[in-house]
Design a protein around this ligand. Sequence first.
Ligand code: UD1
Length: 418
Amino acid sequence: MAKFLIKGGRALEGEIKINGSKNAALPVLASSILFSALGGPASGWKNIIEIENLPNIEDTKRMKELLDKLDADGKIDYEIAKKFRASILPVGGALARFGKVSFPHPGGCVIGERPIDVFLDGWKAMGAKTKLSENVPTDYVITAPEGLFGVDYTFKIPSVTGTEALIMTAVLARGTTILRNAVLEPEIKYLADFLNANGAKIAGAGTTTIKIEGRSGELLKYSARFTAPPDRIEAGSFAILGALLGKNLRIKNFVAEELPTFLALLSNVGAEYIIENKDLIFINSYKKTLRASNVITKEFPGFPTDLQAPFTVLLTQADGQSLVHETVFEGRLNYIQDLNKMGSRITLCDPHRAIIYGPAKLFGRTMESPDIRAGLAFIIAALIAEGESTIENIYQIDRGYENIDYRLCSIGADIKRV
Ligand code: UD1
C-alpha cells in the first residue's frame, strides 16, 4: 500500500495551479445518463459528453467505471458504489430512464451517519416505489412503474448531492418539479448551466427554489461541453498552506467569490494575502504568528465543512484559544486524536465541537488518512511539523486531489510516495 513520507519545516515558494473541481465534475459525469446516444442505441449514454479540465483522481475514475458497467437493467455495481458517496448521483437518472434501479447504500468518507433518506423521500414523492432488496438488506431496489412525475418538494435538510440528484431525476420526469430549500453551493449552478446548455429547462439554480421542466422521458442531446471549474476545496487548502508556509507563493485559478467566509476567517486569523485577478498571493507568511479565531461550518456561503480539518491544523499555530464547531457532519472531528499525538493541544468537547489551544509545536509521526479532507489536513500538519511523518492509506487522499505529492513538491515541499 502506497504511503507518503513527508519532511516538515520547508517554506513553499513559486506557483501552484488549482485543478478541476471534484464536486463539480462528479454530478456532470453522472448526468451523462440523461443523454441520448450519439453512436446509435448500442452506445447508450456512455462516453458521449465531453468534460474539459476533468480532475484525474480516484473518484472520477470510479464514477466512469460505474457508468461503464451500468446497463438498462439499472443495476449499479456494488463494489464500486461502496467506494464513494457520489455513487448515488446516477441513481435518479437511471431510475427515470430505465424505470428501475438497484444500488447499495453508498460508501465514501466515514464522517458521520450519512443516510440517504432525503433522496429516497424525493424519488417516492415523484412516484417511485422503494424497497430493500431481499438478498442484501442494505441494497435498495427502486421502481417507477407509472413513470416519474414532477412534484413540489421541500428538502427537510439541505443536501448538496440530494439537490443534484433530484434535479437530474426531474429533467426526465413528466411535468414541472419545484425543489424548495435547495442548497446554494456553486456546484448546483454548474450542473444546471451544463444541462441547460444541452436542452434542459432548469431555473433558479443558485437560489433556494429551483424549477425544472420535465421532458417526459425525452433524453437530452449532447451539444455543449462542460469545463470543470477550479476546485474550491483544493483552493482553500492551498491558501491554508500559503498562510502557514508561503514565501512568494502564487496560487493560480483562485475563485475568491466561491470562498467568501473562508477568506474572511483567513483574514481574521491575521493571514496576509493579495488577490490579483485569479491569483492568491502570499508574500511572506512563513511561520508568521497567527491569531486564534472561532469557526462554524455551514452550507454555502458559510464556512465549508470540507475545509474544517485543514483550518483546524492552521489554528494549532494561532496564538490563543479557538473553537471549531462542525455543524454539517457528526463524525468529522475524529482526526483530532492524531493531531494531538503530533503535539497539538485540542480538547474534543463533544462530536461537534473542539477547542484548540495554540500555538503548539508539531512533531512528525505516522498517521493513517481517515478520509479525503482529513488526509489533506494531515499533509498540512506534516509540512509544518518538525521531523518526518508517514501518512498511510493515501488512496483516500488520491480520491480527491490529483498528484498532490508531485504538485506540492514543485513549490518546495518534501514528499515521497513509496
Ligand atoms: C457533498 C460533498 C462533500 C461535502 C458535503 C457538504 C460531493 C460529491 N460531496 O456531500 O464534499 O462535504 O456536500 O458540503 O459534492 N443528510 C441526511 N440525509 C440525506 C442526505 C444528507 O441526513 O439523505 C445529511 C448528511 O448526513 C449531512 C448533511 O445532510 O449531515 C449534509 O450532507 P450533504 O449536503 O448531503 O453532503 P453530500 O452531498 O454527501
